[in-house]
Each structure stands twice: as C-alpha cells, then as structure tokens.
Unconditional design. Structure first.
Length: 411
C-alpha cells in the first residue's frame, strides 16, 4: 500500500471511530463453549427451615474468568442447540425458588447464554417471512449468516445512547423432567410482534430505551441509565404462552462502557484506567412493591416481590460473586478476555450490565414477578469496511495522488 493509501485508510478508520449512529451490535461468542460462567456454589434459602441449598453456576457472571464449569443439558430429549453451544459472552440470569413442601424452598438460578445465529420458528426460510413464535409440527431453523444483535444508537456529540432493537438466540440447561424446547429461546425488545415488527414500550417508566453517554478517556465512553425491557420466549409450541411474545419480561437499567479504536486501528489499554468492577453481588430491590404491566394475561399489572418469604432473593450470595480475576479490574478483564475476540474490522465494542427485575406470564411456580432478573451484554459493532469499500478507499488514494478530484467513501 502506498503512503497516500495508508493516510486515507487511517483517516477513514478514524472517521468510523468518531461516527455516531444506529447500528446492530453483534453479541460476541467463541469463548468457553459448553461452559457456565462460574464454578458450582451452594446458595441457601434465607428463611427456615433452610435445609435445601441450590446449586448456582454463575460466579462473577463474566465469561472467560477462572471459575467456569460444565453446563450439561438437564432435560429430556435433545434440544435444537446445546447449552452455550457458541461460547457466549452475554447472559440472562433469572433467580427462582422451588416449592419443597415442609422442607421450605430450594433456590434455583437459570442462566441463558445469548448469541449465535437467529432462528426462524416456522422452519421455512423460503416463504419470505420470519416467525418468532413456534408452530406445532414445525422445526425451527437457524438462519445462515445471521448474528444475535443489540441495536444501539450512539450520539457521542449529544451525550446519549439509544436502545433501538434486540434480536438474540439463547440456550440454557433446561430442567430435569422437562422437554428440550424450553432450552432454546428467542429474545426480543418489548413490544415486538411475532413477525418481528418492533413495538412501543409497555412499561415506559423503566423501558426508556435512552441513556447517557459520556467521554471517560480517549476512546472510552461511559454508559449509564439505559432503560430496557427484554422479552424472553422458549421455542416450545405447547407452552401456555406460545402464541405471543413476552413470556418472561426482563427490566432494568444498563450501565457500562463503549470502547473505540483509534486512527491506527488500536483499542486503548483499559487496565488501570479506573473502569472499576462489576455490579455483582448487588441484587436491586428498588422496584419491590411497584406495579408493572404484563405483556399478556391477567391481571394486566403485577407487583414485584423479593421472592418467597422463606427464600428472599436479596440475601447474601444471591447476586453473583465480585470480580476477583485481574485484581477485580473490569478494564483488565476487557483487555485480556474481550478485546482479543473482537473482529479486526469492528470499530467498537460495548460492555453492558444490569441488576434488574422481571415478570413471568406463564403458570410456572418456580420463577415469579421478582427481583433477580439480571443481564450482561458484550457486543461488537458490525465489521467494516467490506472488501469492496476498502478497494474504493485505495482507488481514491490513487486518484488523490494523481491530483484528481475524488470523494472518499464514508461508510
């Protein structure tokens, strides 16, 4: 590459790094496939008789740290996708409690591994439409060349970040005695219709879809107060809520970081920069006792609790463990684990986390309308430029060198 082409390419990369706008960020995968983000640990119910502990494999809730463990499928049959098949860095955590009669309650935690190709639940990719709710007798299919994504609109000049979409496949370990279709889920932004059409928030006081974006250091922006509601649905056509989206509702406020490459294509070093640690072991009880709209069913509004009387979800140990790897420095974790996985042509990576609450619109007695619906998202901006665009850049550089007038593509 000649000197002029190098200069133009560097300017192009720099312009991409500073450009604000809406993009579908791809959820990162490729790390610890088949593994849970934590070694098995016991969590006891907080009230008497407290004799049945639960086994939680959530650790510090980050992929790639030292306490991972196996995540075998626990149900009957064979699921469409195995638990954490793609090696996810993004997760949904849902705290529950199993009624155990005179023995009280047994704590339980469900981990959904977000990422991989999107699904078409009608099983027919040739019919010109995609379906997000299951049909009896139809086997869902993965859509080749697709990615699970979170849509973000970054306005670095205006200091804001918007949540524009969420479209993600997830897997989990299922539950003993239950069939395989509850182990694979589709995850969408609240209000999404079965055909994928986006809708409005039903809990706009929480699901604001807007947050603050502030410059923290060169190439590093801090995200705060990004309100969301994510809908979570299995691919089980026999579910009581199979015909609608929003079986589970995850609500909360995201915080985190956006990291950009510089004009040389390098990410900044984050270790020691002051990014701090993660939210865990926080359990957010701020919304307990408040009423929120259900996506479907009756009653239309429900009150959030802190779990059963004999198993309070905010008791110590319920919200994951503090980050201890890398000296508890989230920046060092991102340097060593996340950034090496980012596509060389992706200009940004985003890390978002929340300690939230949620609702269950099925008849499931284990997971209720409670605290303990938490989330971690790690995603990269779509890789650019495409080879054709890069060719145009180099061609432009040649014209510039010859003194001709030529517009440089801006992406």
């Amino acid at each position: 590459m000649n000197r002029y082409a190098s200069i133009v390419l560097a300017l192009f990369v720099a312009s991409l790094a500073s450009k604000a706008g809406a993009e579908d960020y791809q959820l990162l995968t490729g790390l610890n496939a088949g593994m849970a983000p934590g070694a098995a640990r016991q969590v006891f119910p907080s009230g008497p008789p407290s004799i049945i502990p639960g086994s939680f494999n959530d650790g510090d809730r980050l992929a790639g740290t030292s306490d991972a463990s196996a995540a075998p499928y626990l149900g009957t049959g064979t699921p469409l996708l195995s638990p954490n098949q793609y090696g996810s860095l993004s997760f949904l955590f849902r705290r529950g409690s199993i009624p155990a009669g005179s023995a009280g309650q047994q704590p339980v935690l469900n981990v959904d591994y977000l990422g991989g190709p999107l699904l078409d639940l009608d099983g027919d990719m040739g019919n010109g439409s995609r379906r997000l709710t299951p049909l009896a007798g139809q086997t869902p299919v993965e859509i080749p060349g697709t990615f699970s994504t979170v849509g973000l609109n970054l306005d670095t000049a205006g200091g804001s970040i918007g949540l524009t979409n969420f479209d993600a496949t997830a897997t989990n370990q299922g539950f003993p005695g239950f069939g395989p279709n509850i182990a694979v889920t589709v995850n969408t932004l609240a209000g999404t219709q079965p055909n994928g059409t986006l809708g409005s928030a039903i809990n706009p006081g929480i699901d604001t879809r807007q947050g603050a974006l502030s410059l923290f250091a060169p190439g590093v922006y801090q995200v705060s107060n990004l309100g969301y509601e994510i809908w979570h649905d299995s691919i089980d056509p026999t579910s009581s809520t199979a015909a609608t989206l929003g079986t589970f509702q995850y609500l909360g406020s995201l915080r985190g970081w956006v990291i950009e490459r510089d004009g040389n294509g390098d990410f900044p070093t984050l270790a020691g920069l002051g990014l701090g640690t993660t939210l865990w072991p926080l359990v957010n009880t701020a919304n307990v006792g408040q009423m929120y709209a259900q996506s479907s069913g009756m009653p239309p509004f429900v009150s959030i609790t802190n779990g059963p009387t004999a198993d309070q979800f905010s008791a110590p140990g319920n919200g994951g463990l503090p980050l201890s790897d890398f000296g508890g420095d989230l920046g060092a974790y991102l340097d060593n684990v996340v950034l090496p996985l980012v596509d060389p042509l992706s200009q940004r990576v985003v890390y978002l986390e929340s300690a939230g609450f949620g609702m269950n619109n099925s008849f499931d007695p284990v997971f209720g309308d409670t605290t303990g619906y938490d989330m971690v998202l790690v995603a990269q901006s779509p890789p650019i430029p495409e080879p054709a665009t890069l060719g145009m850049i180099l061609l432009s550089a040649v014209f510039v060198r010859r003194g001709r007038r030529c517009a440089v593509p801006r992406g």
